[in-house]
Design a binder for this molecule. Structure first.
Ligand code: ATP
Length: 250
């Protein structure tokens, strides 16, 4: 049975603001196989919401439904309180949503500079490069290099720079630390905290459940396509709750 399913700790002032993103009773399937069942979650503004659970639980599918890459078979997606269930990914991006997918989501055959221009929205080329290199200086040394020839860490920095350059209000990040050296994972997590401190709402899926929870405000645990915990992230780290929800799940 899920706890605190509205995703907000009792007494929190967050209840006074509209969630940046809300999934309400989402069902989703691949063909005839149901993978999400009545998934409900809220992502508050200027906060990190962790979505954790074992392989195959439906985390990536939830992000795909949120960003419009996949149509749910039931339920509602709300952006700043407005029903966007029937809008496509491009319109959602225009309205301030940025999805950094698992596997980076960069154009491997384009240079770093060209990738940054694709992320830029209405910014000038120079502005987008300045913004990206202010958070990831290493990209500045690689501007004319093809993205596909960057190291895994540099590719992830380039993918994440979209979440900065495009000035989104809501960022969905899928497994940003996958395959990265620990020192680069530190850079990635610091960047995510910087985004939150700038007022961005984040929905974060990552393999490092403990680390993800340590920077998260709210957390949801998915198991076999269902939310089994929704509530305060730190509470999940207390007592035997982590063991109960994550330990046995992972
Ligand atoms: P992981 O950590 O392994 O990526 P996840 O929690 O992100 O897991 P999803 O990738 O959302 O889970 O997958 C949920 C279920 O849907 C799994 O059973 C998976 O095998 C299945 N699935 C995912 N993508 C497809 C697809 N394109 N076609 C058919 N089934 C899929």
């Amino acid at each position: 049975m899920a706890q605190h399913l509205n995703g907000v700790a009792p007494g929190s002032t967050a209840t006074l603001t509209k969630p940046a993103l809300e999934l309400k009773d989402i069902d989703a399937s691949y063909g005839t196989t149901a993978v999400l069942r009545k998934v409900s979650l809220k992502v508050e503004p200027a906060a990190v919401t962790a979505l954790i659970g074992p392989n195959g639980a439906g985390k990536t599918t939830s992000l795909r439904v949120a960003s419009g890459l996949m149509k749910p078979t039931g339920g509602t997606v709300l952006l700043d309180g407005e029903d966007i269930t029937s809008t496509g990914p491009a319109r959602r991006a225009k309205r301030g949503m940025c999805h950094v997918p698992e596997g980076r989501g960069i154009y491997r055959n384009l240079t770093v500079k060209e990738n940054l221009l694709m992320q830029a929205n209405e910014l000038s080329a120079q502005e987008s490069i300045e913004l990206a290199t202010s958070v990831f200086p290493r990209l500045g040394e690689r501007l004319s290099q093809k993205a596909g020839t960057l190291s895994g860490g540099e590719q992830q920095m380039l993918a994440l720079s979209a979440a900065y350059v495009a000035s989104p209000r809501l960022v969905l990040v899928d497994e940003p630390s996958l395959g990265l050296a620990p020192i680069i994972v530190d850079v990635v997590f610091e960047f995510l905290e910087t985004l939150r401190d700038k007022g961005v709402a984040l929905l974060l899926v990552d393999q490092y459940a403990l680390r993800t929870l340590s920077i998260a405000d709210q957390a949801y645990v998915l198991r076999r396509g269902e939310v089994v915990y929704g509530g305060d992230a730190k509470t999940l780290l207390e007592g035997n709750m982590f063991e109960q929800y994550i330990g046995e799940a992972s």
